[in-house]
Unconditional design. Structure first.
Length: 92
């Protein structure tokens, strides 16, 4: 849901790599910002990326892991909050 949530650096359960975990999301648990290119790789989580493209004949968010690493580098020593806004199903 849209809102502002506290965040922390955690681990992505399916991949074991570092990610951002959103806390205190009403009615939800294990909401992460993790690497993913296509909507079928997400189950309520959020994927960062640098550009839109096509992967496996589907619209895709590309360079997701690189965008995640940059986000983690910027957040590594700070307390932070994440503001979630809905802008449509497939980007801008």
């Amino acid at each position: 849901p849209e809102g502002t949530y506290p965040g922390r650096i955690g681990r992505y359960n399916a991949g074991g790599y570092r990610c951002v975990e959103l806390l205190e999301v009403p009615g939800r648990t294990l909401i992460k910002i993790h690497g993913a290119n296509r909507v079928d790789q997400l189950q309520g989580c959020i994927a960062p990326g640098f550009r839109w493209g096509v992967q496996k004949d589907q619209r895709a968010l590309l360079q997701s892991r690189a965008a995640l690493e940059e986000l983690l580098e910027r957040l590594r020593t700070h307390d932070f909050e994440v503001r979630v806004r809905y802008r449509g199903r497939f980007g801008p």
